[in-house]
Design a protein around this ligand. Structure first.
Ligand SMILES: Cc1ncc(COP(=O)(O)O)c(C=O)c1O
Length: 418
C-alpha cells in the first residue's frame, strides 16, 4: 500500500495511539471547561477534508492562486451563512484564532499608541483586551474597567467614568469569565458619549447570541469578534462581523495584514457549524446549556460553594473557593483525578497568583452536547462537592467519584462512531 493511502493507524502508530488515547479521555471524563466543546462528526469531516491542500490567499473572486473555484464557493457559503445567522452586514471567516480576530480589528480601526478600554483580565477579561504581556497591551495604550467590589457585576457607571477620563478610541465589551448578561446597549451609550468605537468580543457567548439566548451585540457595535469552537461548537477558529462600512478595512487587516493563506478546510467546517447553528435543535441546545448551568450552580451553592455574583445567566459560573482552604489549581487537579475536568480561574479580588488562583470556572456546553440535563447537573454538583470536601483526606472518595463519572459517561456517550 502506498504512503498516500495507508490509514493513520498503519502509517503512524505513535500519532494514532495518542489520538486514540485522547478520544478515550474525552469519552470517559466529564468536560466542564466552558471554552471547549465536542465538534460534530460533520464539522470534523469538513475539517479533515481535501480542502486542507490548497493555498487560497485573497478572498472569493480575488485569489492569488489558480484552482480556487471550490474554495470561492465554500468561503462564500461560509460568509453568507455567518451573515444570515448573526444578521450581520459583513463577515470575515478567515481568522485562525480569536486573538487574531481582535488583532485584525485593532489594526483596522486604530493606530499604534491609541487608547483602548477593556475589561481587566483579573475580573474576567481576555489577554487580547489590553494585557501588558499581550500585543494588545504593548502596541496600544490600554486602560481597564472591572466589576463592582460588592456585586461582582460590571459596574457600568465605572465604565462610563473611566471612559470619560481616558477618552479611548475603542471600547471592548466581552469577557472570558463573566457569568452574567452583558448589556451591549449600555456599552453603546457609553461609547457614544465619549466618541469611541465599540467592539464586542463574544468568543464565549457566541452560541447563546446566535440562538437568541443572550442580547445581541451585532446591531449596536461597529465590530463583533468571536471564536467558533466554544459555545458555537464549530472547528477551532474565529470570525469577525461588522458594519458594511468597516468591511473593506477589516478584510485588508486580516489579509494581507496579519494572515496569509486561509485554512480552507477550517472555513468549510465553519460553514457546517453555521448551518448547524441555524437549526431549531441548536436553539434548544443553547437554552439547555443555560438551564444546565443554573442547575449546576444551584447544586454547588446547596453544597456550600460561593458563586461569584451568586449564580449564572449564561454557560459558565465562577466558583470562589476562598472558604474551602484549597486553591483553584489544587481543586482542578483533584477533580481531574476523579475524571472531572475544569479549569482554575482568578476570581475578582483574588489574593492568589494566576497560576494558583482561588477559583474554578465550570461550564456546561460540553455536558449539554452529551445530552445531559438538570438531573445530571445536580449529580455533577454533588460529585464536585465530595471531591473537594473529602478527596484530599480520603483517596477512596476520589476513586468512588471516578466510578460515578464513568457510569455517567457511559450513559451519555460521545463519538461512538469513532
Ligand atoms: C473573550 C475571548 N476572546 C478571545 C479569545 C481568544 O481566542 P483564541 O484562544 O482562539 O485566540 C478567548 C479565548 O479564550 C476569549 O475568551
Amino acid at each position: 500500500m502506498s504512503m498516500m493511502t495507508r490509514p493513520l493507524a498503519q502509517a503512524d502508530t505513535e500519532v494514532a495511539d495518542i489520538i486514540a488515547n485522547e478520544l478515550k479521555r474525552q469519552q470517559t471524563t466529564l468536560m466542564l471547561i466552558p471554552s471547549e466543546n465536542y465538534a460534530s462528526r460533520a464539522v470534523m469531516a469538513a475539517a479533515g477534508s481535501v480542502l486542507t491542500n490548497k493555498y487560497a490567499e485573497g478572498y472569493p473572486g480575488h485569489r492569488y492562486y489558480n484552482g480556487c473555484k471550490y474554495y470561492d464557493e465554500i468561503e462564500q457559503l461560509a460568509i453568507d451563512r455567518a451573515k444570515g445567522l448573526f444578521r450581520a452586514e459583513h463577515a470575515n471567516v478567515q481568522l485562525h484564532t480569536g486573538t487574531q480576530a481582535n488583532m485584525s480589528v485593532y489594526f483596522a480601526m486604530l493606530q499604534p499608541g491609541d487608547r483602548i478600554l477593556g475589561m481587566k483580565v483579573e475580573h474576567g477579561g481576555h489577554l487580547s483586551h489590553g494585557k501588558k504581556v499581550n500585543f494588545s497591551g504593548q502596541i496600544y495604550e490600554a486602560h481597564f474597567y472591572g466589576v463592582s467590589g460588592e456585586s461582582a457585576l460590571i459596574d457600568y457607571d465605572e465604565v462610563l467614568q473611566v471612559a470619560k477620563e481616558v477618552r479611548p478610541k475603542l471600547i471592548v465589551a466581552g469577557a472570558s469569565a463573566y457569568p452574567r448578561i452583558i448589556d451591549f446597549r449600555r456599552f453603546r451609550d457609553i461609547a457614544d458619549e465619549v466618541g469611541a468605537y465599540l467592539m464586542a468580543d463574544i468568543a464565549h457567548i457566541v452560541g447563546l447570541v446566535a440562538a437568541g439566548s443572550h442580547p445581541d451585540p451585532v446591531p449596536v457595535c461597529e465590530v463583533v469578534t468571536s471564536t467558533t469552537h466554544k459555545t458555537l461548537r464549530g472547528p477551532r477558529g474565529a470570525l469577525i462581523l461588522c458594519k458594511e462600512e468597516w468591511g473593506e478595512k477589516i478584510d485588508r487587516a486580516v489579509f494581507p495584514g496579519i494572515q496569509a493563506g486561509p485554512l480552507m478546510h477550517i472555513i468549510a467546517a465553519k460553514a457546517v457549524a453555521f448551518k448547524e447553528a441555524q437549526s431549531l435543535f441548536f436553539r434548544e441546545y443553547q437554552r439547555q446549556i443555560i438551564r444546565n448551568a443554573q442547575a449546576l450552580a444551584k447544586s454547588l451553592m446547596e453544597e456550600d460553594f460561593n458563586l461569584v455574583t451568586g449564580g449564572t445567566d449564561n454557560h459558565l459560573m465562577l466558583v470562589d473557593l476562598s472558604n474551602k482552604e484549597i486553591s483553584g489549581k489544587d481543586a482542578a487537579n483533584l477533580l481531574e483525578e476523579a475524571g472531572i475536568v475544569v479549569n482554575k480561574n482568578l476570581v475578582p479580588g483574588d489574593q492568589r497568583s494566576p497560576d494558583e488562583t482561588s477559583g474554578i470556572r465550570p461550564g456546561t456546553p460540553g455536558l449539554t452536547t452529551r445530552g445531559m440535563q438538570e438531573t445530571e447537573m445536580e449529580q455533577v454538583g454533588k460529585m464536585i462537592a465530595r471531591v473537594i470536601h473529602e478527596g484530599r483526606e480520603k483517596p477512596k472518595v476520589v476513586t468512588e467519584v471516578r466510578q460515578q463519572v464513568l457510569e455517567l459517561c457511559e450513559a451519555f456517550p460521545i463519538y461512538e462512531h469513532l
